[in-house]
Each structure stands twice: as structure tokens, then as C-alpha cells.
Design a protein around this ligand. Structure first.
Ligand SMILES: Nc1ncnc2c1ncn2[C@@H]1O[C@H](COP(=O)(O)OP(=O)(O)OP(=O)(O)O)[C@@H](O)[C@H]1O
Ligand SMILES: [Mg+2]
Length: 232
């Protein structure tokens, strides 16, 4: 008898997705038939000119928005036809977001910022302290836990944001230009942390970037041109 090995099930599948926006009486066709599969424990990057539709696609993948046509399955959940409340619940529990501008609460310490993320995700309070310290250690900030954002460098703030995004044990991290506000050394540090958390936390990361040196560490790079992926 021959044994067949089942292919790794995708964490997320995007099938023939279209998204339009209506502005000032004009219909803008932004995504024009996107197909994409994200496998577990991979680092995927989206590149493409400004306005090509990268952030629009990330918002759909993260369940923040829904397509006009096509299908999106996140761990088997049909995001394209789920009600807002149900999508929001899955997003809060299973997806983490990282933004270009860090999005930390200015009056809270690094540790409190990470704990806040767990509170929002519904993680039991009894786990907050230990998990926050673990995540901050993972991103190399165990000596900065009581610092507030303005007492941290840009690279350190982005690493707090990473600790915050992974604290509730999501399966997927979405990061929109996470290195754009960092110099190349800090950007490289953030990418090293991404690689480490993919391994230790068994997470998939899908991010956008314009930086060719950052793209070198990706498992797959997809290039978007005018709402479609082009073959490399
Ligand atoms: N809510 C919206 N309403 C109307 N138009 C929108 C909306 N969101 C995005 N767009 C338009 O869709 C296009 C794609 O935007 P998007 O933000 O996805 O681009 P991007 O590839 O992320 O660009 P950048 O590299 O500058 O971040 C742009 O022309 C933008 O103006
Ligand atoms: Mg964008």
C-alpha cells in the first residue's frame, strides 16, 4: 500500500476576491481577483506600489472588511459570509495586528500595553503577568518592561507592539509596513524577532513592505500590481 502525505492545510485561503469602493459617485475597482493561500508557520510578504491594494487585502484577510466577490476562509471559517460580530470574535482571539506607527497606549508601560491586549482578547487575568513577561522577553525587552513608549526607541516600541500582538496566542499576525518607520538596523532586528516567533509560537506572519532587503527573509513574496498578483 502506498502512503500519501496530506498537504499542509492552509491557515487562510483567499479565492477570486474582488473589492470595490464607491467614492464621490465613482466606483473604484481596487482588488481584481486575488488568490492567495497562507500556510502555517510561514513569513509572507506583500509588495507593490502605493495604492496597489496591499492594505485593502490585509484588512480583508484580518476580517476587518469583507469582499464584494470571492471567498476568504480563515481556519475553515468563511469570513466572506460571516456576520460582523462573529468575525470580530474570531479576529480578537486568533489574529494579531501590527502597524507602521506601533499603536501603543502612551501612558501605559510596556508590560501594561501587553496586558491590555490580553484583556481585550479575553485571556484570563491570572495569565496576564506571566505571559506578558514571557512575550517581552521573547522580543528582547525584559529590561524595559516598566518603560513607557516615549522612553523607548522606535525599534523597541515596535518590539513591544509585537509582544502585544502575540500575547493572546493568535495563529496569524498581520503587519502593515511594520519596518517603515525604522532605520535598517532596527528593521533587521524586527525581522529577526519575526523569525523567532514564527518558530517558538508557531505563528504565520503576513506583512507588507517596500524594502527589498527586508524581502530577502520572506518565505514567499507576492507582488501586487493594480489589484492583481503578478508572477515573479
Ligand atoms: N475605504 C476606502 N474608500 C475608498 N477608496 C479606498 C478605500 N480604501 C482604499 N481605497 C483606495 O484603494 C486603493 C488601494 O489602497 P491601499 O491602501 O490598499 O493601497 P496600498 O497598496 O496599501 O498602498 P500604500 O503602499 O500606500 O500603503 C487606493 O487608491 C485607495 O485610495
Ligand atoms: Mg498600505
Amino acid at each position: 500500500m502506498t502512503e500519501t502525505v496530506a498537504p499542509a492545510k492552509p491557515l487562510l485561503s483567499v479565492k477570486a476576491v474582488h473589492r470595490h469602493f464607491q467614492t464621490a459617485g465613482r466606483k473604484l475597482h481596487v482588488l481584481k481577483g486575488i488568490d492567495l493561500e497562507l500556510e502555517p508557520e510561514k513569513l509572507i510578504m506583500l509588495k507593490g506600489r502605493s495604492g496597489s491594494g496591499k492594505t485593502t487585502l490585509l484588512n480583508l484577510i484580518g476580517g476587518l472588511d469583507q469582499p464584494d466577490q470571492g471567498e476568504i476562509y480563515f481556519r475553515g471559517n468563511p469570513f466572506h459570509k460571516m456576520r460582523d460580530e462573529k468575525r470580530t470574535e474570531i479576529r480578537r482571539k486568533e489574529i494579531g495586528f501590527i502597524f507602521q506607527s506601533f499603536a501603543l497606549m502612551p501612558l501605559l508601560s510596556a508590560r501594561e500595553n501587553v496586558e491590555l491586549a490580553m484583556r481585550m482578547a479575553g485571556t484570563p487575568r491570572s495569565q496576564w503577568k506571566e505571559r506578558a513577561l514571557y512575550c517581552l522577553d521573547l522580543v528582547g525587552l525584559s529590561r524595559r518592561i516598566n518603560h513607557r513608549p516615549f522612553e523607548l526607541s522606535g525599534g523597541e516600541q515596535q518590539r513591544v507592539a509585537i509582544a502585544k500582538a502575540i500575547a493572546h496566542r493568535p495563529n496569524l499576525i498581520l503587519a502593515d509596513e511594520p519596518t517603515a518607520e525604522l532605520d535598517s538596523q532596527m528593521g533587521a532586528q524586527v525581522m529577526a524577532v519575526f523569525r523567532k516567533i514564527i518558530e517558538t509560537e508557531k505563528i504565520t506572519i503576513c506583512m507588507t513592505t517596500h524594502d527589498p532587503t527586508i524581502m530577502e527573509v520572506a518565505d514567499h513574496v507576492f507582488e501586487m500590481v493594480d489589484g492583481r498578483f503578478i508572477q515573479p
